[in-house]
Design a protein around this ligand. Structure first.
Ligand code: FMN
Length: 345
């Protein structure tokens, strides 16, 4: 029976999670408690957070369909579209959010969008805004963008909205993951009968985590200096150890995965659900290469686990039939494939 919407508790009973902590707590959650439904007020909070994300010219191009598998008439069609490794996830999650990008917002809402921010006291003559110039130059120029260019701009904007929704969800104790629907291109658009100027941008599963909400620690990233450039491309922007220390205290930077007990935890979840408890492993050569790659920020836990895997697991060989395809694909992108490929024979 559908639950009655009890509405939110009083605001002062909802714990306040500082933003840096909420951002640090976020993980892609892949194991959801199928027996717990997310309260409508929490979903609405996430969507409200998306609604107030920054958006170009206030055109509001990001929309979403909230999908409840119990009541959505096109659930079976959606399930056929989702990539195979996401099927379990959407079936255990409480809700699915289908994020959409409305390309016509760019063309149809440019005037009203800018008018609203002017009336709101945001855009002013101080910065050179002027009605006649806007109407005869700026807005017609923006509106003459081809849809492909508009699409690039607006999909970025949808990403902004989704990130805010996720952060809000995390702050309310929810788990989130973005999931690909690559199995049936165009299938989601068809299932919902989307008008041609709408793009399905991404799927987003939401629910209460079945796994520990810390998901076994923060997932590794490339080093800060490898990602950010100082005034010139290729000049690394240096991270300050004192800032990193402060961010650890604030919870933005957290202990790297895999935390103690993580592997046992997911093996146990798999066994309880009658699923294969095995992990995805790469060949020994690939693991060693990765551990020696100076670009990655790999801490002691992941290094120790890699060592353990190298010593105890029956690791796969490189699939030789992939060699030529892999080499061609890397060449097409101008990337030297040699470090990724084992010696022939
Ligand atoms: C646009 C986007 C699409 C993603 N699609 C999938 C997906 O289809 N399946 C999945 O398991 N994870 C997916 N992820 C999650 C990433 O794998 C994950 O963010 C990444 O491994 C880093 O882990 P973290 O999010 O826990 O920090 C996606 C993430 C993004 C941003």
């Amino acid at each position: 029976m559908p639950q009655a919407d009890a509405g939110p508790p009083p605001a002062d009973q909802i714990p306040d999670v500082p933003l840096l902590k909420a951002l640090g707590d976020r993980r892609s959650i892949r194991y959801f408690d199928a027996d717990r439904r997310v309260e409508p007020w929490k979903i609405e909070t996430m969507l409200q957070a998306a609604r107030f994300a920054s958006c170009q010219g206030n055109i509001n191009c990001t929309e979403a369909i909230l999908v409840d598998k119990e009541t959505c008439e096109v659930w079976d069609e959606l399930e056929e579209c989702v990539s195979g490794f996401n099927v379990q996830i959407i079936n255990q999650a409480s809700h699915l959010i289908i994020w959409l990008t409305n390309l016509n917002a760019w063309y149809g809402r440019a005037v009203d969008g800018i008018s609203t921010v002017s009336l709101a006291g945001a855009t002013t003559k101080y910065h050179g805004w002027n009605y006649e110039f806007s109407m005869t130059q700026t807005i017609p120029r923006l509106m003459s963008f081809p849809p492909e260019r508009t699409e690039n701009l607006l999909r970025f904007e949808t990403g902004q909205a989704v990130a805010q929704a996720m952060a809000a969800g995390v702050s309310l104790g929810l788990g989130n993951i973005l999931i690909a629907f690559g199995r049936k291109p165009g299938g989601v658009e068809k299932a919902f009968g989307l008008p041609p100027h709408y793009r399905f941008t991404w799927g987003h599963a939401v629910g209460y985590p079945l796994e520990n909400p810390n998901a076994g620690g923060q997932r590794p990233r490339l080093k800060f200096e490898r990602l950010f450039h100082d005034n010139a491309f290729g000049t690394p922007l240096q991270s300050n150890p004192a800032t990193v220390e402060m961010l650890r205290e604030k919870g933005l930077i957290q202990e790297q995965a895999p935390l103690e007990g993580r592997i046992e935890e997911i093996v146990d979840i798999a066994e309880r659900h009658g699923r294969d408890p095995g992990m995805l492993f790469f060949p020994a050569r690939e693991i060693r290469r990765l551990m020696n790659d100076p670009d990655w920020d790999l801490g002691p836990r992941i290094r120790a686990y890699a060592e353990h895997v190298l010593q105890t697991e029956d690791l796969p060989d490189y699939p030789d039939e992939m060699r030529a395809t892999f080499q061609r694909l890397m060449e097409e992108h101008g990337i030297d494939a040699s470090k990724f490929l084992p010696d022939e024979g």
